[in-house]
Design a protein around this ligand. Structure first.
Ligand code: IPE
Ligand code: IPE
Ligand code: MG
Length: 244
């Protein structure tokens, strides 16, 4: 597939992933290299996030998810947490500028620990974008893969307790239907920049058959040209799903 990008035509592979997951990592190190505070890196990481969202939409990716804040990130300093929450608020406050791009937004994660202002904004953006279908963007805030499985287990247990479900009728689909959103498909391509080779509790259930792409580039520098490399790598993978 050839698409026009910055007046240059870049060749994209024919086979593109349906759902790309991004672990946005390396903002702090990016800032440190510039002798700047970590929050400077988060702000630049936010700009990269917006560029990648737009690019994915332009090339026809149907579903993207981003790890923005993990259930473990509360271990960071209160200054850094406040700055990150502020960036989420800033972005969501002006996201309506992008509605013309027709991207549906869904938030995943445990909202109960977030501020009422942030929760209200998340609800509004989800409501305002719910009929857009060019692409779906999942933003994971206070998200943990184990926390999500715990959440599903509790909901299923409640149904069993209420007599709505028999334990022997619980299937993999039952679990998929009770995680944060029933609508997100499995991750096809999981991208982690910054040189770390781990999942850090991201979408454990949805990554069962994901292809992994790791890069040493720090997230703020992970611009569309880097994504192209990942897409080419993905297109060259042979996915067998246990078959031959
Ligand atoms: C961003 O990168 C990830 C978030 C938690 C927002 P980091 O803040 O983890 O950056 P590094 O890994 O310290 O460089
Ligand atoms: C993963 O990055 C979480 C997000 C990108 C939001 P971390 O920087 O928190 O992961 P670790 O601590 O290096 O595993
Ligand atoms: Mg990190």
């Amino acid at each position: 597939m050839a698409i026009k990008k910055n007046n240059k035509t870049s060749e994209l592979p024919e086979i593109l992933p349906n759902h790309i997951g991004f672990i946005m990592d390396g903002n702090g190190r990016w800032a440190k290299k510039r002798m700047m505070p970590r929050t400077f890196g988060h702000a630049e990481g936010g700009r990269t996030f917006e560029k990648i969202v737009r690019y994915c939409r332009d090339i026809g990716i149907k579903c993207i998810s981003f790890y923005a804040f993990s259930t473990e990130n509360w271990k960071r300093s209160s200054e850094e947490i406040t700055a990150l929450m502020g960036l989420f608020m800033q972005y969501l406050n002006r996201v309506s500028d992008y509605y013309k791009e027709e991207v549906r937004m869904i938030f995943v994660g445990d909202r109960s620990a977030l501020s009422p202002e942030l929760i209200a904004l998340m609800d509004k953006v989800e409501e305002d974008t719910k009929n857009f279908d060019k692409m779906t963007l999942y933003l994971a805030i206070n998200y943990g893969g184990r926390d999500e499985i715990k959440y599903a287990a509790r909901r299923i247990a409640q149904k069993v307790k209420d007599g709505e479900l028999n334990p022997e009728d619980i299937t993999e689909k039952t679990i998929s239907d009770h995680i944060y959103t029933t609508e997100y498909p499995d991750i096809d391509l999981l991208i982690r920049p910054s040189g770390e080779l781990r999942l850090s509790n991201y979408m454990l259930w949805q990554c069962a058959y994901a292809e992994f792409y790791f890069s040493d580039v720090l997230w703020p520098d992970f611009l569309p040209a880097e994504l192209d490399k990942a897409l080419h790598a993905y297109a060259g993978r042979q996915r067998r799903f246990g078959g031959v």
